[in-house]
Each structure stands twice: as structure tokens, then as C-alpha cells.
Design a protein around this ligand. Structure first.
Ligand SMILES: Cc1cc2nc3c(=O)[nH]c(=O)nc-3n(C[C@H](O)[C@H](O)[C@H](O)COP(=O)(O)OP(=O)(O)OC[C@H]3O[C@@H](n4cnc5c(N)ncnc54)[C@H](O)[C@@H]3O)c2cc1C
Ligand code: SF4
Length: 329
């Protein structure tokens, strides 16, 4: 490992000050960052440890929504009574991610900002990777092994998957990411927080250098109580998604009045499907309606030789999630 400096600011002002210097990187649970430093993918001059900051609470807000500090551990959020009762899709997504040990370390902010698991991205010195070294090429697109790669949101520069489970649920819940930086505070809807690669795969979110995620808020969507997360992976546990779906339903009088649909394991960012939502609204919750919605969700998929299976798999996963959330499976 390359030598690096380390600082643990005691408060927010200190963290923002430390983060404004070039060559620094923030660290929270460390479950992603330390791995990437060991591999030489991340080479910060100084690590700014956020763990002395007070962003560790899950609180009910005046409007009935939830505010979740950026340093709340994934396991604490998954088992929080408000989350389990009112946002089951979030609890299920968190518990479907990683292993219990990792979830006990991983934080909300870190999960939001975790890097892709593209094997070429992590293969420093051997594989070309536009995300790691802009302009160097893409080993995955140049005939690589793309079984885990994205079929939605890719570009001719990068087709790396966004690996988070939690973010897929947060997209279905219309969560908002709260950010603080040298220029003050701002709030970003989660569906706009991550960006597709386009010509700049190295840019993964709208977070500017030195900005910190302080919290996320989840609105008090009443129908989120009728929600589900379904994930298919290579092993029963401890594996990233091949395809996943987060859905929340408002059924009234035998008809879908409102619905949220998000997909994981198939796209370069946590993927909201307005197409699926549109095709479901006003329809009865039947298998045929769900299958039409799943086809709409994947209609723009661009698989490559080796990951074509993801299209029908994601469709089936979405149908299954809709059936579960709709109480008909
Ligand atoms: C073996 C293994 C299996 C895994 N399986 C899954 C899985 O199935 N599903 C899944 O979703 N995830 C999985 N993960 C990923 C894991 O969830 C992430 O590593 C974890 O969520 C990152 O959180 P952290 O707090 O450890 O982040 P860190 O490693 O500390 O940081 C990650 C990134 O976030 C940045 N960061 C952290 N906090 C902030 C903040 N508040 N503001 C600004 N930047 C910040 C850091 O600078 C860094 O770039 C797996 C990881 C491993 C190692
Ligand atoms: S898919 Fe993206 S992350 Fe993977 S090698 Fe290509 S540019 Fe790098």
C-alpha cells in the first residue's frame, strides 16, 4: 500500500476544511475505500475519517418522513422499527446487500458513493478503464467478460454497473440526498444524484470535490408500506445483484392508483422506470399487466454478448416484486 496521511476531524467545519485540500478522500465505514486503496485504484494523499461527526441518527421529521444521517450503519437502518414498518422495501434492500459483518460497518453515505465492482476497474496496470484513467479505453467493451455489466444507461465509454441495493430502494421511495460543501448546502433528489457515464465515466455523481453527504431524507409516502425488494444473485447471500427490483404500490378499488418502480443490477445508476410506472397506473394488478410493465421497463436495454440473459431476468424479477408488493404472490 502507498503511504498516506490520516486525519479525523472533530466537527463538520473541520471535515469541510480538511476535504477542501486536493488529494484527500473521505472515509466512513471503509469497506469500499480500503479495498480500493489496497488495489491501488484509490491513492489519496490523506484520508479524512468522518467517524467523529454526529450524523448517526434516524429521526422522524415533522412531515412524517424520515431523516437518516450519512453515518448511520446499514444494519442499524435495516433494523430500525420505522423503516421495517413503513418502508419495508428499504429494509429488504439493505439486508440483501453484502454480509452482516459488512453491513455493520457500511454507512448510508458510503453505500451511496460506493464505486463499481467492474473487474477491469479494479485490475490496475493490466486493463484499460476509462473510469479509472479517463481516455484510456474500456476493457469490458473491447471484448471483455461482461456478464455482470449494465444493459441500461451505458455508453460507448463505459457499461459499468452501479452495485448498490440500498440506492435502488431509495430511488423507489423518492429519497433526497442532503449535501454540504465549501459553497454551502443543497438537496438533490436521489434519481438525479447518480449520473450515467456518457463520455465521462469517471464522474459518477453530482457531488463536487470537497462536498459531503450529510443525510438522506425519505418522504412520508403512505403507500411505501406496501413495497418489496427482490434480488437475484449468483449465491443465496453475499453477492451483488444480477438483477433486482424495488416497487411500492397504491392499490385502490382493484386498480393501481400510484406506483414506484426502480431496478438494480442492470444499469449504470440506480434506475427509476417511469415507463413501467406509466404502464401500471390505472390498471388492475394482474400478471399480464405486470408483464407489460416489465417489458416497458427493459425496452431500451442494450445487452452485449454475454449479458443478454439480464433482460428476461430483470423482467421476471420485476414481475415478482410487483406480485409481492401487490400481495398476490
Ligand atoms: C465483499 C463485499 C460484498 C458487498 N456486497 C454488496 C451488495 O451485495 N450490495 C451492496 O449494495 N453493497 C455491497 N457491498 C458494498 C458495501 O455496501 C459498500 O462497500 C459500503 O456500503 C460502503 O460504505 P462505507 O461506509 O464502508 O464506505 P467507505 O468505503 O468508507 O466509502 C465509500 C466511498 O464513499 C465516500 N464517502 C463515504 N461517506 C461519505 C460522505 N458522508 N460524504 C461523501 N463521501 C462519502 C468515500 O470517500 C468513498 O469514495 C459489498 C462490499 C464488499 C466488500
Ligand atoms: S465498463 Fe467502465 S469501469 Fe469497466 S472497464 Fe469499462 S470503463 Fe472501466
Amino acid at each position: 500500500m502507498i503511504p498516506f496521511g490520516y486525519t479525523r476531524p472533530a466537527d463538520e467545519a473541520g471535515a469541510l476544511h480538511a476535504g477542501s485540500t486536493s488529494g484527500v478522500a473521505f472515509i466512513a465505514g471503509g469497506t469500499g475505500m480500503v479495498d480500493l486503496m489496497r488495489l491501488g485504484v484509490e491513492t489519496p494523499a490523506t484520508l479524512v475519517d468522518l467517524n467523529a461527526l454526529p450524523w448517526t441518527k434516524v429521526e422522524k421529521m415533522a412531515d412524517g418522513g424520515l431523516s437518516v444521517g450519512a453515518l448511520v450503519k446499514n444494519s442499524d437502518l435495516a433494523w430500525h422499527p420505522e423503516v421495517r414498518a413503513r418502508y419495508p422495501v428499504l429494509a429488504e434492500a439493505l439486508l440483501a446487500g453484502a454480509s452482516p459483518q459488512l453491513r455493520n460497518m457500511a454507512t448510508v453515505g458510503g453505500n451511496l458513493l460506493q464505486r463499481t465492482r467492474c473487474a477491469y476497474f479494479r485490475d490496475i496496470g493490466v486493463s484499460a478503464c476509462n473510469k479509472r484513467t479517463p481516455g484510456s479505453g474500456c476493457a469490458a467493451l473491447d471484448g471483455g467478460f461482461v456478464r455482470m455489466h449494465a444493459v441500461l444507461g451505458g455508453s460507448s465509454h463505459c457499461i459499468a454497473l452501479h452495485p448498490s441495493d440500498m440506492c435502488v430502494a431509495l430511488v423507489a421511495l423518492d429519497a433526497v440526498v442532503h449535501v454540504r460543501g465549501p459553497r454551502g448546502e443543497r438537496s438533490v433528489p436521489i434519481s438525479e444524484f447518480h449520473v450515467v457515464p456518457g463520455a465521462h465515466p469517471e464522474v459518477e455523481s453530482v457531488l463536487a470535490r470537497g462536498e459531503l453527504v450529510t443525510a438522506i431524507t425519505v418522504p412520508p409516502t403512505p403507500f411505501a408500506a406496501r413495497s418489496a425488494y427482490v434480488k437475484v444473485r449468483d449465491r443465496a447471500s453475499y453477492a451483488f445483484a444480477l438483477a433486482s427490483a424495488a416497487v411500492a404500490f397504491h392499490l385502490d378499488d382493484g386498480v393501481v392508483r400510484d406506483v414506484r418502480v426502480a431496478l438494480g443490477g442492470v444499469a449504470t445508476k440506480p434506475w427509476r422506470s417511469q415507463e413501467a410506472e406509466q404502464s401500471l397506473r390505472g390498471q388492475p394488478p394482474t400478471r399480464a399487466v405486470f408483464e407489460r410493465a416489465a417489458a416497458a421497463a427493459l425496452k431500451d436495454a442494450r445487452p452485449r454478448p454475454g449479458n443478454e440473459f439480464k433482460v428476461p431476468l430483470a423482467q421476471r424479477v420485476l414481475v415478482r416484486a410487483l406480485e409481492r408488493a401487490g400481495g398476490i404472490a
